[in-house]
Design a binder for this molecule. Structure first.
Ligand code: SAM
Length: 223
């Protein structure tokens, strides 16, 4: 029971009481913040790398990109975009060559997700692995499901997978997805044989419990 509390310092004991109100506000309001030119350029460059025919996978907040490399290997007939805002993380040495079906993109996901959506691009798979938890009660709006961009995420479709070492983060995302799509994914314990990302490896090495949700936003609830 206390494995997870070692890592996440929070006063929250369950999903945030304002989550659904905030989400409803975001669902009703159009998110009008103008796109930053550097994100539009990054988006266009990424689109130019993709043949527009292969099924598209987004590794959102890929950090140093280990997961993107693994996903590209697992899905050789898909095209993978590993997106992160951190040039430093993206630029760190990779354990292997970058394959043809993968590109790394430095961009702010808040714009990148919206650009995908407004261009009508739909995903085959979508990974959000170990997003920053923002665990203080006043930080709800910084978590992805509390952010104004969130209503765009289920519209992108595909099999969405989110992992975290904070169970409440996954519970909240499941609730938010349920409110937007009518299907609330289950929150599962997650104990991978082999870590897919550096954060996963770090949390496993320190004995923390991990959690995930996986849901097919195109309708099949098994993902
Ligand atoms: C906790 S790290 C997890 C990285 C990686 N998925 C892993 O598991 O090792 C969160 C990542 O999200 C990225 N990130 C946070 N906010 C972002 C945003 N608005 N746009 C793009 N990347 C973002 C950070 O730069 C960081 O690399």
């Amino acid at each position: 029971m206390f494995a997870n509390s070692r890592s996440i310092n929070t006063a929250q004991t369950g999903p945030h009481e304002h989550l659904l109100d905030l989400l409803e506000r975001h669902r009703q309001e159009v998110f009008r913040k103008p796109f930053a030119p550097w994100n539009v350029t990054a988006f266009e460059q990424a689109m130019a790398r993709w043949d527009q025919r292969s099924p598209l996978i987004l590794d959102a907040g890929c950090g140093v990109g280990w997961s993107s490399l693994a996903i590209a290997k697992d899905f050789p007939d898909h095209f993978v975009m590993g997106v992160d805002q951190s040039e430093d993380r993206l630029g760190r040495g990779k354990p292997e060559d970058i394959p043809e079906n993968l590109c790394f993109v430095r961009a702010d996901l808040v714009d990148f997700w919206r650009l995908l959506d407004v261009q009508g691009i739909r995903l085959a798979r979508h990974y959000i692995l170990y997003p920053n938890p923002w665990p203080k009660i006043g930080q709800l709006a910084r978590r992805w499901h509390g952010h104004a961009v969130f209503p765009h995420i289920p519209r992108l479709g595909g099999v969405l997978e989110c992992r975290s070492n904070w169970r409440i983060y996954i519970e909240e995302m499941a609730l938010a997805l349920g409110a937007l799509t009518g299907h609330t994914p289950s929150v599962d314990d997650w104990a991978p044989q082999q870590a897919m990302t550096p954060f996963e490896r770090k949390y496993q090495a320190s004995g923390q419990a991990l959690f995930r949700l996986r849901t097919d936003l195109n309708g099949d609830t098994h993902g």
